[in-house]
Design a binder for this molecule. Structure first.
Ligand code: MG
Length: 260
């Protein structure tokens, strides 16, 4: 099931996406009564997807990300895969939705894309045992861990290089029925392929990451874990259209702009 968050005429809600581009009349949203973090009903009230604005599929309290979780990517930046995973935060204010602009930060001149599978947490949890990980995950979405690479190299902490406003596009929706263990993920810039990998290449699996993160901190419904990026990261320029596509989920597209 694909659960989207949307706005229409000033109202914000969740809906289940039915159909796709090949469906006659296009895909529709069946509006949910309540929210997807508890048992919910579909209202049966359907809106054409083309009529609503899709928002980030969740509003995370926190986005926890892991660095260097694909060996090829670690190597391309001149690093080894660390023995202890490198975790960092992207603040809630970094999150934007599908179609929203990524604003090129004034303090950088080397912005990079990083296509990543995002895990959406569905319930409050702490110290999650490996066998319970599937119970605390609502589903999966596409993410772009947009990074000011020059600033990341220059500073020990990554708060500025990976935490600026609009550095965490998420979407287009949360897919709740998906085996995430071996999915193709791809990043294109202006239609040209830049990154292509499979989630099976992760050094630490989704189970490993949920266990590791929840050992340290309570996860809340709507929190997001970014699982690292495959090789092929590269520059984004003002005017570029960057798209992250993950098999079984869909495509998250954002345009890079400069704020005057
Ligand atoms: Mg990353």
């Amino acid at each position: 099931m694909r659960i989207a968050r949307f706005s229409l005429d000033g109202t914000v809600g969740f809906g289940v996406v039915e159909g796709d581009a090949t469906t006659e009349g296009g895909p529709v949203l069946d509006i949910i009564k309540g929210h997807p973090f508890a048992d919910f009903e579909r209202s049966g009230q359907k809106l054409p997807l083309s009529k609503v604005r899709l928002l980030p599929p969740v509003l995370p309290n926190k986005v926890v990300a892991v660095g260097r979780n694909y060996a090829e990517h670690a190597r391309e930046l001149g690093h080894e895969v660390p023995e202890t995973p490198v975790l960092f935060f992207k603040p809630s204010t970094s999150v934007v939705g599908p179609g929203d602009p990524v604003v090129y930060p004034a303090f950088s001149s080397e912005l990079h894309h990083e296509a990543e599978l995002a895990v959406v947490i569905g319930r409050l949890c702490k110290d999650v045992p490996r066998e319970r990980v599937k119970d605390v995950v609502l589903g999966y979405t596409c993410a772009n861990d947009v990074t000011a690479r020059d600033v990341q190299r220059a500073e020990n902490q990554w708060a500025r290089s990976k935490g600026f406003d609009s550095s965490c596009p998420l979407g287009p929706w949360t897919e709740t029925e998906l085996d995430p263990s071996d999915l193709a993920l791809m990043c294109t810039v202006n239609g040209e392929q830049r990154q292509l990998g499979r989630t099976s290449e992760m050094v630490r699996s989704i189970e490993d990451l949920v266990v590791l993160v929840s050992e340290a901190m309570t996860l809340l419904p709507g929190d997001v874990i970014l699982t690292g990026t495959p090789a092929g990261v590269g520059p984004l320029n003002v005017g570029d259209e960057v798209a992250v596509t993950i098999e079984g989920i869909g495509t998250l597209t954002n345009k890079v702009i400069k704020r005057d």
